[in-house]
Design a protein around this ligand. Sequence first.
Ligand SMILES: Cc1cc2nc3c(=O)[nH]c(=O)nc-3n(C[C@H](O)[C@H](O)[C@H](O)COP(=O)(O)OP(=O)(O)OC[C@H]3O[C@@H](n4cnc5c(N)ncnc54)[C@H](O)[C@@H]3O)c2cc1C
Length: 341
Amino acid sequence: MTRDLNNHYDVAVIGGGAAGLSGALMLARARRSVIVVDAGAPRNAPAAGVHGLLARDGMTPVELLERGRAEVREYGGRLVTGMVTTVTRADDGFAVETSDAQTLHARRLLVTTGLVDELPDIPGLRARWGVDVLHCPYCHGWEVRDRAIGVLATGPLSVHQALLFRQWSSDVTYFTHTMAPPDDEDAEQLAARGITVIDGEVAALEIVDDRLTGVQMRDGTVKPLAAVAVSPRMVARADFLAELGLRPAEHPAGQYIPCDATGRTEAPGVWVAGNVTDLAAQVGGAAAAGASAAAHINADLVAEETRRAVAARRDPFSTQAEARVCELVLGDRRHGLETTP
Ligand SMILES: Cc1cc2nc3c(=O)[nH]c(=O)nc-3n(C[C@H](O)[C@H](O)[C@H](O)COP(=O)(O)OP(=O)(O)OC[C@H]3O[C@@H](n4cnc5c(N)ncnc54)[C@H](O)[C@@H]3O)c2cc1C
């Protein structure tokens, strides 16, 4: 049996990370009825702090989102926990269903579900992800500056990643791991920047006292390191959008949901923001994209409401006029009903 969340909203935000909460804040402040459905697993959860975020540098990911949720609630936005599994078109928008059989309806969708980092299959690596197994020098480079950093070649951007990490440390080693050795041009660049290349597969991580101390090669040799960088394959979390005809597009680093500069997708009424569409977005960029998409959603709703109002004004006895009256009455009721749980 499904439990109807008993509400029709202007906008359902699916995913309550930086992008989703930022979008919800804008919409709630625009006096839109908005609900955020969030599964509670932001991508940066393993990290100790959010870095490179102006005025909030180093704040824990948990605290950042707690503050964001409080701000959304402050303006009457509703937040529920749940994993959205199905989205279908309904009369005047969308029906959204979660894995625990909650349902809701919304006129527009803002999808901000982020991405999955597919990590290399090396024993012990997943447990160190976000601690001393890293991917982004802007997130963690400062914390491992001047330390011995190993870059495991796991994707087409690995040479670029090694050259980037060289900005933070002069002790960078490039492991070919499961990729082909660098071509002549890449080898020359790595050599010119003093980056050692080790040809061979990394078999395991060396961990001592809850700290990474090195990597063990397939031939048993150990290379001491303080941090390892990998390039995960980054895959948008949005299977449920297939029902609406939205499928991920390929990117050299993974898969993303395409959209225009405002976050609008090819599916009418559906916007996306954050890592689900921009694999490289950091927290600040994801939040900004969420806010921008929200403003465009509000403008879209305003345009629709204006069209209906004009039709009703021209012909007060039309069905458009009836719809407009219902909309006004429902809208008033909604704003009375939608208290934060
Ligand atoms: C280890 C690590 C460290 C990082 N450190 C930094 C840093 O220091 N600074 C920085 O700026 N960036 C950092 N990042 C990048 C940062 O994580 C992203 O920029 C940010 O999380 C993107 O926000 P988002 O809202 O798009 O996605 P997320 O933060 O991933 O939020 C998506 C939310 O949607 C939810 N969700 C997913 N699917 C569903 C569904 N079907 N139904 C309902 N909810 C769903 C998820 O549970 C999650 O809560 C780091 C990333 C990693 C992996």
